[in-house]
Design a protein around this ligand. Sequence first.
Ligand code: LMR
Length: 322
Amino acid sequence: MSAAIVAGALVSAGVEAREIVIKFSHVVAENTPKGQGALMFKELAEERLAGKVKVEVYPNSQLYGDAKEMEALALGDVQLIAPSLSKFDRYTKQVQLFDLPFLFDDIAAVDRFQNGPEGRKLLRSMEDKGFIGLGYWHNGMKQISANRPLRSPADAKGLKFRIQASDVLLAQFQALDANPQKMAFSEVYQALQVGTVDGQENTWSNIYSQKFHEVQKHITESNHGIIDYMVVTSTDFWNGLPDDVRSELEAIMEEVTSKVNDLANDINEEAKSNIQKAGTSEIIQLTTEERKAWKEAMAPVWKQFEPEIGAELIAAAEAANG
Ligand code: LMR
C-alpha cells in the first residue's frame, strides 16, 4: 500500500495524517503546454490543500521516461502522469482513435470531441487496468520534419522516422513507404543529431523546446495529426484519497485543464515563431492540393484500424469537425 493511501486511511480514522505526496512525472520541457499544466496543478493544489497535499513535478523524463511511466503509475511510484494519447495502445485500443491521420481539422474539433459523451467515456476506458483519466490536455497539431524537404508523400519514401510507441503511427509511415522507428521522447534529439533517424513528427512546442529545429533542415507545416494528453492516475490511489481532498483535486484539475487548453495554441505559435527566428530550418507551407496528397497517402490507415477502434467512434470524432 502506498504512503499516500496510508495517509488517506489515517485521515478517515481521524488521526493526524502526514501530507499526501503526489509525484507528477512527465517527459517534456517546462515551456510546453504539459510542462505549464503540471506546474499550475502543483501551485493550486499546494495553495488550496496546504498542509494536506504536496505535489512534486518531475519534467524532462527526469524520473521516468515514457517507456516506464505507466508501470510506475501502476506500482504507485508516481501518482500522476500525462502521456500523449499515442502511448496508450497497450491498455486501450479505442484511444488509438486520436492517432488517425487527418482525423481532426484543428484543436477546436479535438476539444469538442473530448468534451462530448464519447470523449468523456474514453477517460474511463482503462479502469479495468487500474487507471482513470482525469482530463485531456492539449498540445497541438503535428508537423513533420527531415533533412530533406517534404512536399509530397513520395519525399518521405525510404526515410527513417522516429515515432511514438503507437501502432497507428507505425502504419501511417509505412503507408508512405518510410521506415518508422518507435523511440522514447528523451532519445529523439540525439537520434536526429547522429542520423539514427532522418526525421520525426511533433508539435511546434516540442520541436522548439527539444531543439529538433537545430538538427532538422526542413519542417513541413502539415498539421496532419495531433499530440494531446490524458492526465491519468491509478484507481487505487485516487479512490483511496480522503473524499474532501479528492473532490478539491478534481476541481483543481478541471480548472487547470481549462487553463492549459486555453494556453496551448499560444505556446505553439510562439514556438513556431521562435523557430522561424532561429533560421535553422526552412518551414514548408503546403498548398491545398499538396496537403490533400498527404491525406490520401495516409488514408489506408483508417480502414486498417477501424475494427479495433470502432466505426461509430470514428464517426463521432469526424462529426466534431462540424
Ligand atoms: C513524444 O513522444 O513525441 C510526445 O508524446 C512527447 C510529449 O509528451 O509531448
